[in-house]
Design a protein around this ligand. Structure first.
Ligand code: SF4
Length: 342
């Protein structure tokens, strides 16, 4: 295993150790755009989230650029204009054929979700994933449960955020009570699998919650008990204090962050964990392990490193975000790196 664990995303080298190792230049609405060849397109749902996690990344991203979420987020309210712009983006990015993830806010609460999923399916968008807090997945929308829409439109992976196996602790950390309980999760997983969608549980590493190997093992037991064979543990994101507008997420993250590296070192000494691979991202670092029949992923991310990488590679677009205002941008800020449509 190359010695990247200590350096994490600072060791990212687009041509040396990224997954694609190259960029592609394409014509986007009459202008050339040079994009990382394995870039992901995020469809950022306009729907506000019904949870209020103390570690919310949606709140953290604008804060890391000195702006509050409610100041920067605007929404295209007209459905036809919204979907026409999405189609234009999907058509424009065809030569790149990016993977596509639907994220939020909370997409499961978005009235547009079935149509978004159908649009992505009709465009044969590659490796479609969705991230949700799990609420409402069994609710009937446009004639069938949302989870069936997700599976039947060919979503490959459904990430469900859950901070703890225990409902009460999870509700406290995510500050909401609509998380599916174990029985509902089992049903969601069953319906997802029936349609070929793999469910992944996403858990944050938080001091006094899931913060050591025994907590990781207990969480994996919980995942297994509901039929999930894919779990990601996320270190709370780092930000640059000199550019960040402190908010409840930055304060919580700095207070309760659990370092991932010592945890990984401890797992590496165990015989029941088998190392699979490392993934080097432009602001994140991932290790994949195998435990029993579960893929166990660990991710650390640093929004300060994201800015440093961007500045070190001017003109190279690393990721693509279709914002709620129906504009495509190369950043999570709808005011920075806007690409179109015209
Ligand atoms: S579920 Fe996701 S979007 Fe909603 S508050 Fe939690 S981290 Fe933020």
């Amino acid at each position: 295993m190359p010695d990247w664990r200590a350096q994490q995303s600072t060791a990212f080298d687009l041509h040396g150790n990224s997954t694609a190792r190259e960029t592609i230049t394409l014509d986007l609405w009459g202008k050339p755009a040079t994009i990382y060849a394995n870039a992901n397109l995020s469809i950022y749902s306009a729907q506000a989230c019904n949870a209020r996690c103390a570690f919310c990344v949606e709140e953290l991203r604008p804060a890391s650029r000195g702006v509050a979420l409610n100041v920067q987020k605007t929404v295209e309210a007209d459905n036809e204009r919204y979907f026409a712009a999405m189609q234009s983006v999907l058509d424009g990015l065809k030569p790149l054929n990016p993977s596509v993830s639907v994220t939020g806010g909370e997409p499961s609460q978005d009235a547009r979700l079935p149509r978004i999923l159908r649009t992505l399916q009709a465009s044969a968008a590659r490796k479609r994933t969705m991230t949700s807090n799990g609420s409402g997945l069994l609710d009937v929308r446009e004639g069938k449960p949302l989870i069936d829409w997700i599976a039947e439109t060919g979503v490959a992976h459904l990430n469900i955020s859950r901070a703890h196996g225990d409902d009460r602790i999870n509700a406290k950390l995510m500050r909401y009570r609509a998380s599916p309980d174990a029985a509902a999760l089992r049903e969601i997983v069953r319906r997802a699998q029936r349609g070929g969608t793999r469910v992944r549980l996403s858990c944050v590493l938080v001091a006094n919650s899931v913060d050591d190997v025994s907590d990781v093992l207990a969480y994996l037991d919980f995942a297994q008990s509901v039929g999930v064979d894919n779990v990601i543990f996320r270190q709370l994101m780092h930000t640059d204090p000199t550019t960040t507008q402190a908010n409840f997420v930055t304060k919580f993250s700095d207070r309760r962050r659990v370092a991932m590296t010592p945890l990984l070192a401890e797992l590496a000494r165990r015989e029941d964990f088998t190392f699979q691979r490392q993934v080097m991202g432009y602001y994140y670092y991932v290790e994949v392990w195998r435990y029993k029949n579960i893929d166990v992923v660990f991710e650390g991310a640093d929004l300060a490193q994201l800015e440093r990488t961007k500045h070190s590679m001017p003109g190279v677009i690393q990721e693509l975000i279709f914002h709620p205002n129906s504009r495509l941008a190369s950043t999570w800020q709808p005011w920075d790196g806007v690409l179109g449509p015209p």
